[in-house]
Ligand binder design. Structure first.
Ligand SMILES: Cc1ncc(COP(=O)(O)O)c(C=O)c1O
Length: 380
């Protein structure tokens, strides 16, 4: 047994990030400087977005989007039941109501067929998640949003590098928001990026993310002189975080290649285990970003699944569960909106039966072999 702990995620940071962070620290300019601009420009080049703006998390980015479209109490937003709670919270924080939709069982993404049934007069937007880095079929959703004259937001927290029909995820909808939390395809510590091709939405978000101030620090003609034209938050990214992000983004193609390689290496080793299913999108129109590998233990009960996680831990393998509960079954949402067992059958199934295995670029072949062999040992 390897002694080394295999972490679920471990950002690859080298002298380049360290050097750039040190430069910022020595410069004395920690906020509203040129690094965020550079990160935004490079992100635009990568995704081919017209506009990009840094934020301090994906959650705050989604929150900003909803404020920019005037979402309020009485409105509804359709979101997947199988997602991080942040997807729902961003709606809930505006006073609007998240309306949950079940997943499909092939790749875990929102079941598009069930979305239309939830659209009514109160629906202002649909927010989808590209689950595990597998793109949702956005052309279908875009048509639906257009037909019903509602907004479309893409929660791209897991999908940096994921492309659908040659368009980067995040650009199909009215906006897309990425996360740079340390487990993601790249990290800036904490952080996020909003991309859009809509100038109006971009301008609103830019003002609202920085306290509603009309001119940002770099745009002021006379230092210290500015006006406040809107109410807003302080959701800005710091220059220190942006410095890490700029360097990490350069490594993205390398990280993505390794993630894909790791996925297929591991898949090949474990897919024959009886009663084990791997969530995967084989869509020919998609380029996946392989955030992690969700294995579903078809014949196991919740308790057994949790025991398997503990046993993997004993073998020094760090795993996760994406996500441990369908959001509507979590205490806050259950108490507020009510929940019936099997209401979101597939989302429940994924939550209760799955284990998320690591795929990050920090893993080597030996690590992947150890994960595969340990799984076989525990499961067979
Ligand atoms: C699907 C999804 N959306 C949103 C978030 C929140 O991202 P952040 O931590 O950058 O706010 C996460 C976090 O992991 C996520 O998995």
């Amino acid at each position: 047994m390897t002694k080394k702990t295999i972490k679920f995620a471990s950002p690859l940071i080298d002298s380049k990030e360290k050097k750039e962070v040190l430069k910022i620290l020595n410069s004395g300019i920690y906020s509203q400087g040129v690094k965020c601009k550079k990160f935004e420009q490079n992100f635009k080049r990568l995704t081919k977005a017209k506009y990009a703006t840094t934020v301090n998390s994906c959650t705050s980015g989604m929150h900003l989007f909803y404020f920019s479209i005037g979402l309020k109490k009485g409105d509804e937003v359709i979101v997947p039941a199988q997602t991080h709670v942040a997807t729902a919270h961003a709606v809930e924080l505006t006073g609007a109501k998240p309306v949950f939709v079940d997943s499909n069982l092939a790749d875990g993404n929102i079941d598009i067929r069930k979305v239309e049934k939830k659209i009514n007069k109160k629906t202002k937007a649909i927010c989808i998640v590209h689950f595990l880095g597998f793109p949702v079929e956005m052309d279908k959703l875009k048509k639906l949003a257009k037909k019903n004259k509602i907004f479309l937001l893409e929660d791209c927290a897991l999908s940096l590098g994921a492309i659908y029909k040659k368009i980067h995820t995040g650009l199909w909808g009215d906006a897309g928001v990425f996360s740079f939390y340390p487990t993601k395809q790249i990290t800036s510590g904490e952080g996020g990026m909003i991309i859009t091709n809509n100038k109006k939405i971009y301008e609103k978000i830019k003002i609202k993310k920085s306290l509603g101030v009309g001119r940002s620090f770099l745009e002021r003609k006379i230092p210290g002189i500015y006006d406040t034209i809107d109410v807003g938050f302080n959701y800005r990214m710091s220059e220190i975080h942006a410095a890490i992000g700029v360097e990490q983004l350069k490594k993205l193609p390398y990280f993505l290649r390794l993630r894909k390689k790791n996925f297929f290496y591991l898949k090949n080793k474990i897919e024959k285990i009886k009663n084990l299913k791997i969530l995967f999108s084989k869509n020919k129109n998609s380029i996946n970003a392989y955030y992690c590998m969700n294995i579903l233990l078809l014949d196991k009960k919740l308790k057994e699944r949790n025991l398997i996680i503990t046993n993997l831990e004993k073998k020094n393998i760090g795993v996760s569960v994406n996500y441990p509960q369908p959001v509507p079954r979590m205490k806050y949402y259950k108490e507020k909106y009510g929940y019936k067992k099997n209401q979101f059958k597939n989302a429940e199934f994924i939550s209760d039966k799955s284990i998320s295995l690591p795929l990050g670029p920090h893993l080597n072949k030996k690590d992947l072999d150890h994960i595969a062999n340990s799984l076989k040992e525990i499961l067979i």
